[in-house]
Write a protein that binds this ligand. Sequence first.
Ligand SMILES: C[S@@+](CC[C@H](N)C(=O)[O-])C[C@H]1O[C@@H](n2cnc3c(N)ncnc32)[C@H](O)[C@@H]1O
Length: 254
Amino acid sequence: MSASSFEELVAEASAAPVDGWDFSWLDGRATEQRPSWGYQRLLGDRLGAASAALDVQTGGGEVLAGAGNFPAAMAATESWPPNIAKATELLHPLGAVVVAARDEPPLPFADAAFDLVTSRHPATVWWAEIARVLRPGGTYFAQHVGPETVFELVEFFLGPLSEDIRRKRHPDVERAEAEAAGLDVVDRRLERLRMEFFDVGAVIYFLRKVIWTVPDFTVDRYRDRLRELHERIQREGPFIAHSTRVLIEARKPA
Ligand SMILES: C[S@@+](CC[C@H](N)C(=O)[O-])C[C@H]1O[C@@H](n2cnc3c(N)ncnc32)[C@H](O)[C@@H]1O
């Protein structure tokens, strides 16, 4: 592929909208293995058995909307303005209210307001707040991003990372944090999943959308490294990385 193709890939991926939390732009350009447990189906089962539920950091609301089975009181929080609008448009017709709230305490709800709190891939987890808004006997059910996720890509751009950073989001650490907030962890699973990036545009789109991966990422700042990555993919084939996912279920004692 010629040098201008690199520029074309960069221009295309730089212009693509990154709001919402749908990754279909990457279809045919990147793959990511899914966790075996099927979070959305398990979420639907739990929503069906709840009477009041809260989905924290709902993003564009796509996962919650697809799970269905909403209880009589269904709320979701979201902080990022483009996603607040998207989630409202998607979820209000389904009877779920979207509350604009920052990703920091306090959650804008009364103590013991919900018997189910859920979250998929929250950017931050405030265990004490989750415990506060749960009724005694209530459940927190979530899929978290796990430790060392996409580290092959992170280290390609940032160089080797410390052991401390590698241990962040480890399920053992999360269990200790949940227990410190008074919750009993009843299920906890970790899976490491294969990701493939077929062209540099897919990498750019991913890093623009998942802003935590390489926190200071801009195409201009990393243009040289991106060109090296482009040449490497041309030479050796897809860039392989691994994501990690944690399924966690915790109960507030009755
Ligand atoms: C990783 S998203 C997950 C959203 C949703 N729960 C899901 O799994 O589809 C978690 C949070 O990050 C926020 N977020 C995503 N992109 C962002 C950006 N560019 N700037 C600020 N927040 C962002 C989302 O709006 C959401 O509240």
